[in-house]
Structure formats: structure tokens, C-alpha cells
Ligand binder design. Structure first.
Ligand code: ADP
Ligand code: MG
Length: 247
């Protein structure tokens, strides 16, 4: 999947573009169906259905993977909530329109309720789907996280999550800011994105250790931008199978 094809995560059109790619590309859809299945299996064992998507460094694909996971869930008929938890480099928030809309930060501070911050998003051009909703990052900066009562925030976050089939929380990189570690304490599971070819092994290990210390189950890692040809592995024998089974 080339970067030109995906583009930059900036607005609702970007989300619709990802949904379209997923509808038209069986191998891409299959990878995310498998990931969604793994998340569902893990959440049946964990206490709930919310998942934090993070990585060691910027640019490894957190926003892309978060979006695709939530889209795959909604294409599978689930109610999916995607949350822009990157309060420092907010990109998904633009998809809900006005950049100064209330969102996650106001929820965590107890200054807004779910109805004020959750917006349904129409994924144009994709096959009929379940409900896909988005929560923006919010008006306040990440500095306000210092004022959050995390005990209360956890229970509010949980009660919102229970209204959805899956809740995917995008975030900043673990090694760049404390935010992702704070968020790890309010979700039910953590998914680490590792950029194939760009990630540093030591940094990934450090990020994982910091996340493990929070105690929330880590359900695994996604190797993003993996190129089977470059890494000497081909799924060629399954190409015909994918086409036949999905057409
Ligand atoms: N699997 C992929 N194939 C091609 N481009 C990708 C892939 N994953 C991410 N990108 C692109 O790389 C850039 C960074 O991805 P993004 O999801 O914004 O990373 P992060 O949120 O971790 O900073 C974006 O322009 C995105 O479209
Ligand atoms: Mg991002």
C-alpha cells in the first residue's frame, strides 16, 4: 500500500478513502478483519472493549491503524468509536468539522458528556456498514491532562465504551510524551504499532516496558508497512483464494 494511495490523515474524506481501499482490496480488508478478530478475542478475556493504539515513535502508523481497525469493525456491522487521543498532533479531529470542538480532554476533565462529543461519521463510497463515530481530541491542550482525576475518568470512559462494540483510542508516541501511558490506564487493552523498516528495536522494547508497567493487557503488535517482497516472504499462493472468496 503506497503512501500516495493512503494520503495524510486529515479529514472525513481520508477516513472514507481508507474505507474505500478496504472495500476494494481483499488482502488489506483481510488483514484488518484478522486484527479486529484478535481484538474481539482479547476483549472477551479482558474487562471491556476499548483499545489504545500507540507506538514508540511518531510516524509508525498509529492513526492509520486506529482508523482502519475502527472502519473494519464498522464494515463488519459493529458500532465503532474512534477517538483522537493525539492532543499534540491532532489529525482525526478535523473529520468532525470545527477544530475547536469539545472532545476527549473535556470528557476526562468531567466538563462534557458523551452526547456532546461523539459524532457519527458517514464513510462515503464504502459498502453498507455499522455505525462509525468519532470523538475529537478537544479544545484544551494536553497540558490539561495534569488536572484529570484518573479514577473518575476511568469510570466515565468505561461507561461510554460500553455503548459501543469497539472503542479505538489513537494516541501520541509513548517515548515522546506521557499521554499514551496515562491513556493506557483507562482502556482495556493496548496495541503497539511498529513501523517495519523504521522502528528501532531498543525503542520498541522501551515503549513496551513502559506500557507493561501500567498493567493493562498488551494484546500484541501490528507490523505496519510490512512489505512481504522486501522481507523475503510472499503470500502469492493465497492470491487466487482471496479473489475467489471475496468476489
Ligand atoms: N501501511 C501503510 N502504507 C502506506 N502508508 C502508510 C501506512 N501506514 C501509514 N502510512 C502513512 O504514513 C504517514 C504516517 O502515518 P500515521 O498513521 O499518521 O502515523 P502516526 O499516527 O503513528 O504518526 C501517513 O501519511 C500515512 O498515510
Ligand atoms: Mg497519529
Amino acid at each position: 500500500m503506497s503512501t500516495e494511495l493512503i494520503g495524510k490523515p486529515t479529514d472525513a474524506a481520508w477516513l472514507s478513502g481508507l474505507a474505500k481501499i478496504m472495500s476494494e482490496n481483499p488482502e488489506f480488508a483481510d488483514a484488518y478483519d484478522a486484527l479486529f478478530g484478535a481484538v474481539r478475542l482479547a476483549s472477551s478475556r479482558a474487562s471491556g472493549n476499548s483499545i489504545l493504539v500507540t507506538s514508540a515513535e511518531p510516524g509508525e502508523g498509529k492513526t492509520t491503524v486506529s482508523s482502519c481497525l475502527a472502519i473494519a469493525a464498522s464494515l463488519a456491522g459493529q458500532t465503532a468509536l474512534l477517538i483522537d487521543g493525539d492532543l499534540r498532533r491532532s489529525s482525526l479531529s478535523a473529520a468532525v468539522g470545527s477544530p475547536d470542538t469539545v472532545g476527549l480532554i473535556e470528557i476526562l476533565l468531567g466538563q462534557a458528556n458523551a452526547a456532546e462529543v461523539i459524532r457519527p461519521v458517514t464513510l462515503a463510497g464504502s459498502r453498507p456498514a455499522g455505525v462509525f463515530s468519532l470523538m475529537a481530541g478537544g479544545r484544551k491542550s494536553s497540558m490539561s491532562l495534569a488536572a484529570v482525576d484518573w479514577g473518575k475518568a476511568r469510570s466515565v470512559f468505561r461507561s461510554i465504551s460500553q455503548q459501543f462494540g469497539i472503542v479505538v483510542l489513537d494516541s501520541p508516541p509513548v517515548l515522546a510524551a506521557n499521554d499514551a501511558l496515562l491513556f493506557a490506564g483507562i482502556v482495556d487493552a493496548v496495541l503497539l504499532v511498529v513501523g517495519a523498516g523504521s522502528a528501532d528495536r531498543g525503542e520498541v522494547r522501551r515503549a513496551k516496558e513502559q506500557l507493561d508497567a501500567i498493567g493493562t493487557p498488551n494484546i500484541g503488535a501490528v507490523l505496519n508497512r510490512f512489505e512481504p517482497k522486501l522481507h523475503g516472504r510472499s503470500n502469492q499462493p493465497y492470491r487466487g483464494y482471496y479473489r475467489r472468496s471475496r468476489s
